[in-house]
Design a protein around this ligand. Structure first.
Ligand code: MRU
Length: 342
């Protein structure tokens, strides 16, 4: 299963808002349609957003008519800014757009479109490779017979393929280990129920779906051997932004002596931010909370807060699993060293 696929001038996306009911593919030919698809979570998950946005730049570049390189760069900046304004938390988006910008700046006008396509394809291939490598590294932490709790969807759907948190489970299984998964439903948009459960069932994993507020119950009863989640941004000190509800799970895991792992490629690590307090947290529309699939479930006019992510302080995180290896405290020094090597 491929979350996205470049098909000679268009980007094919599996529309994640229609899952699990329908498997619908969208063929996008304009960068503004792609920007809307990212905002509406048709494609979501930090690494998938980054790669999709890179192809968005390719789509935008194809429509630019410019006589000079300077004129091309000015017009491309509009495309880059539009894509950058879609979602603020996942750093992979800005990381991918920066790479595309650098390629545009150093290419000749006659070659720039081909160079941008080649860079987007490189980003896609690197994501596949990073997920498989981090899966291999993380699989060492999983014992045969483990029951693992995960939150949101950090699977193949959130990346190009394989996944980060779910990639670790796939790699563990490839090594012959049996793994059971508890998936939390992930209010308000149900990425756990709609996407993780769908993806794992399809892949033959034994999966049990729970509501978010059941996690403490199962953690306190010894039903969970470890928690693995993905990340949208890892700050220099190891603080991690991930789907809202992750922080509560980390605190519950520590309280109950259960290891809490974050699986993230180095493209999710942002050393420019000293701590999680600096990570921008996306606030989404109130109707995601007041409505359930079009049915109003709260009094009209009620005040709503809807942060899409929270920050887990590094002291709750047992290890961060990357494609360059597994990092533990002290995160500050070790993440810096890892990124220098990367
Ligand atoms: O709002 P979403 O669905 O894009 O949020 C996704 C997550 O929080 C994932 O856990 C994260 O992006 C890591 S994906 C490998």
């Amino acid at each position: 299963m491929r979350t996205l696929q470049w098909l000679d001038g268009r980007l094919r996306l599996l529309d994640q808002t229609r899952l699990p009911g329908e498997e619908v593919y969208l063929d996008l030919q304009s960068y503004s349609d792609l920007a809307s698809a990212i905002k509406e979570l048709k494609v979501r998950g930090a690494p998938a957003i980054g790669v999709a946005a890179a192809y968005g730049v390719v789509l935008g570049a194809a429509k630019i008519r410019a006589r000079t390189k300077g004129d091309f760069v000015v017009q491309l900046e509009v495309v880059l800014q539009t894509l950058a304004s879609t979602r603020p938390t996942a750093v992979n988006l800005f990381w991918a757009l920066d790479r595309m910008r650098r390629v545009a700046e150093k290419s000749k006008l006659s070659e720039v479109r081909d160079a941008l396509l080649a860079e987007a394809q490189r980003l896609e291939a690197e994501d596949v490779q990073a997920n498989h490598r981090l899966g291999e590294a993380g699989a060492e932490l999983i014992e045969d017979g483990f029951t693992v709790l995960t939150h949101c969807n950090a699977g193949a759907l959130a990346t190009v393929e394989h996944g980060t948190a779910l990639g670790v489970l796939r790699s563990a299984r490839e090594k012959g280990k049996q793994v059971q998964v508890y998936a939390s439903e992930t209010r308000p948009l149900l990425q756990g129920a709609r996407l993780t459960a769908w993806e794992l069932i399809r892949d033959g994993f034994p999966v049990t779906l729970i509501t978010d507020n059941m996690a403490g119950h199962f953690l306190s009863r010894g039903a969970i051997d470890c928690v693995i989640v993905g990340a949208d941004r890892v700050a220099a000190n190891g603080d991690v932004a991930n789907k809202i509800g992750t922080y509560s799970l980390a605190v519950l895991a520590m309280e109950n002596g259960v290891p809490f792992y974050v699986a993230a490629p180095t493209s999710t690590i942002d050393l420019s931010l000293p701590s999680g307090a600096h990570i921008p947290i996306e606030e989404r529309a109130p109707d995601e909370v007041t409505q359930f699939r079009g049915v109003t479930v709260a009094p009209v006019g009620v005040k709503v807060a809807n942060p899409a992510f929270d920050v887990t302080p590094h002291q709750y995180i047992s290890a961060i699993i990357t494609e360059k290896g597994v990092v533990r405290e002290p995160y500050g020094d070790r993440l810096k060293k890892l990124m220098e090597e990367a």
